[in-house]
Ligand binder design. Structure first.
Ligand code: WT7
Length: 685
């Protein structure tokens, strides 16, 4: 029996039994496929493309690009000239071309364990065609942007696929963002329409999404932009103005006594009313491979979120291929990803990747701890889930409740366990492997970003000898390098530096919506010729990649990226605040937490009321998940003579660590002592 220390450092090989059936069962095969994918992308991706339906098939050369800012515009083109539709490929191809209409696409598991539903590929195709016709009848056309602000319900999948079917660009905003954040995203993209829901329960908490949507539409109006229409799904069964519509929708079984749905008859329309008497046929809009599919906002270091734009052909192939290989998905497997569709993980690995493989998935509306901390494992047994994909922060928070919540459920169906969103500490990795997977299931720690569209550095479960905490090796098409900051040169062999990629893979973003220059500046200007991830990375003597975390002005709290600038600009909106500086502080469950230094205006006092007002302010401007953890009074901030805040010093102060290194460039070194004295007591985090 290995000791705990040995378990953390061990190498975990897939069992011979697992390998027998795996898509890639040896490192030789992986290396051979990887070599072809990067040296001869035309053949590698050209062959994969043959599994898909194209109106005009790709031919010959599949990739055209410039990755070097000094040689002109950054440009990435996959399958230019080919024509397809991703909605056709994830629905019609499965139903009509492959005869899989009766296969379950989604088992839907509601917030309450007795609330569930299932949808076949055939049923989804009809729903999507109907809603595509609704969108068209409301004037939505190819190229229009549609904002979607919805919880984890099937109508969200229907809405996004209907947009894809007619060539409208969906912009999904996670339904935990505030009115202000939603408004900012609608304004940036000039969305024609907003699709939302009356409300949702997350655990015992009721969230009135329509009210938040109305707040966002009002803010748009203040900025001289008017969202033309708002379609509302009736999910909680709230009658409007006392008149119930008496539909047989599942919402009727889910009465909610406390939810008032505000209504503007000029703009608002019920989804279920629009969906009556609509044709179940809708010819897809045939899209160029490089025409936009969707945009999804991610935090940017300037504080203004960036609309990451993905296009059609490359994203389709990349999500499908990563899904198949990373999770070793086989027909009839039941797969589940706990992520919300509002984040990229949900786009790529709840919807597009699984559906492109005609997979059967479980979609979950609720939270991991409701009704108790055994919820995941309860429904793993209920649906006999084979592949389970979640975030390190969820694993760490469940570890705290003890093993019995896991072990009282069988979990015998589990075959592969995945994680994503932030570095996973070996402690959590080993618990996931040993307790959740009974030591039987390979764990895949998948590194990727909103920008990369799909997994870029990841183990493959049937071949990679995994090391706890390492993202391991590049996926097909990906060529990583590590760059030394001081020399700007690639490091060979073992070493640590900036993680970059040397050539495009099909799923990489193509631009920042409306701001191509920002795309070039953010990702390609630091080291010309390379895509810069913003993450630090170490390569060990065996060539394994270990992601060490962000090395830019970004924080990763519970797997959600936040920019320090975005939180700072929210804090300084408060009338008492003159200046703010936000740094990351390690946190046992969330990975990182936000530690805010605030300098008050003259004549204002620092007290508990102010602290809660500030926390509330950030909650309101960004969203509840961004609420700061710690706020410290900072009569002054450590600045260089040129006025630049030395964040490295603030990070040390936040941790009560006096090992500052060289602080001789500080304009006033006495600030450091003052700040150390002013630290709040934050206990053991
Ligand atoms: C950032 C991207 C990609 C889906 C969810 C987050 C961090 C993500 C890992 C991992 C270490 C990871 C990185 C990355 N990250 N996965 N397996 N190991 N770090 O998407 O919001 O675009 O965040 O998440 O820092 O840059 P995102």
């Amino acid at each position: 029996m290995a000791t705990h220390e040995e378990a953390l450092k061990a190498v975990y090989k897939p069992s011979a039994e697992f390998q027998k059936n795996a898509h890639v069962s040896s490192m030789e095969k992986y290396r051979e496929m990887h070599k072809q994918s990067v040296e001869d992308p035309d053949t590698f991706w050209g062959n994969i493309a043959k599994d898909f339906y194209w109106k005009t098939a790709p031919e010959g050369k599949v990739l055209d690009y410039n990755f070097n800012v000094s040689k002109g515009k950054i440009e990435i083109k996959w399958f230019e000239g080919a024509v397809t539709n991703i909605c056709y490929n994830v629905l019609d191809r499965n139903v009509k071309d492959r005869g899989l209409g009766d296969r379950i696409a989604f088992y839907w598991e509601g917030n309450d364990p007795d609330d569930s539903a299932k949808y076949t590929y055939g049923e989804l195709l009809k729903l999507v065609c109907k809603f595509a016709n609704v969108l068209k009848s409301q004037g939505v056309k190819k190229g229009d942007r549609v904002a979607i602000y919805m919880p984890m319900i099937i109508e969200l999948v229907v809405a996004m696929l209907a947009c894809a079917r007619i060539g409208a660009v969906h912009s999904i905003v996670f339904a935990g963002f505030s009115s202000e954040s939603l408004a900012g995203r609608i304004l940036d993209a000039k969305c024609e329409m907003l699709i939302t829901t009356d409300g949702v329960y997350r655990g015992t908490k009721l969230i009135n999404l329509k009210e938040i949507s109305d707040g966002a539409m009002a803010k748009c109006k203040e900025n001289a932009f008017s969202v033309k229409k708002c379609i509302v799904v009736r999910h909680l069964g709230d009658p409007v103005n006392g008149t119930d519509d008496k539909t047989s929708s599942p919402a009727a079984k889910r009465p909610c006594k406390n939810l008032r749905t505000p209504w503007n008859p000029d703009k608002d329309m019920w989804w279920h009313e629009l969906m009556t008497d609509v044709s179940e046929e809708c010819e897809p809009e045939w899209m160029g491979a490089e025409e936009p599919l969707f945009m999804l906002y991610t935090s940017g270091s300037t504080g203004k979120p960036k609309g990451v734009l993905h296009t059609t052909g490359g994203y389709m192939l990349y999500t499908a291929t990563t899904f198949k290989y990373t999770f070793d998905y086989h027909p009839d497997d039941i797969y589940h990803c706990t992520a919300d569709i509002g984040w990229i993980t949900g786009h790529s690995y709840v919807v597009y990747g699984p559906m492109a493989n005609a997979a059967t998935s479980v979609m979950f509306e609720g939270v991991p701890t409701y009704p108790d901390a055994g919820r995941f494992w309860e429904y793993v047994d209920k649906y006999k889930i084979n592949q389970f994909y979640t975030a390190p922060t969820a694993i760490r928070s469940l570890m705290k409740f003890g093993d019995s919540f896991v072990t009282k459920h069988s979990r015998a169906s589990l075959k592969v366990l995945g994680t994503v969103g932030e570095p996973i500490n070996p402690e959590a990795w080993v618990w996931y492997h040993k307790v959740v997977g009974d030591g039987r299931c390979p764990v895949v720690d998948t590194f990727w970003q909103t920008e990369t569209g799909g997994h870029v550095v990841t183990p493959l479960p049937g071949c990679t000898p995994a090391k706890p905490g390492a993202a391991c090796f590049p996926f097909f098409g990906v060529v990583p390098a590590i760059i030394d900051e001081s020399t700007g040169k690639e490091i060979d062999g073992p070493g640590e530096g900036y993680l970059v990629f040397k050539q495009p893979w099909p799923g990489i973003m193509r631009t920042v919506y409306g701001d191509h220059e920002r795309f070039e500046r953010t990702y390609f200007s630091k080291f010309p010729g390379y895509y810069v991830t913003g993450d630090g990375c170490r390569r060990d003597a065996d060539g394994y990649y270990w992601i060490t975390g962000r090395i830019d002005d970004m924080l990763n709290v519970s797997g959600h990226l936040l920019s320090t600038a975005e939180i700072e600009s929210s804090l300084v909106e408060h009338p008492s605040i003159a200046e703010a500086a936000v740094v990351s502080h390690p946190h046992k469950v969330k990975g990182e937490s936000t530690y805010c230094f605030v300098t008050l205006k003259d004549g204002t006092a620092f007290n508990d009321d102010l602290v809660s007002e500030l926390k509330d302010q950030v909650r309101k401007t960004i969203g509840p998940f961004a609420k700061p953890d710690y706020i410290q009074n900072a009569p002054a901030l450590p600045k260089t003579r040129s006025g630049k805040i030395m964040r490295r010093v603030l990070r040390k102060i936040a941790c009560n660590d006096r090992d500052f290194g060289d602080i001789s460039t500080l304009a006033d070194p006495s600030v450091v002592e003052l700040l150390l004295e002013n630290r709040p007591n934050i206990g053991d985090v």
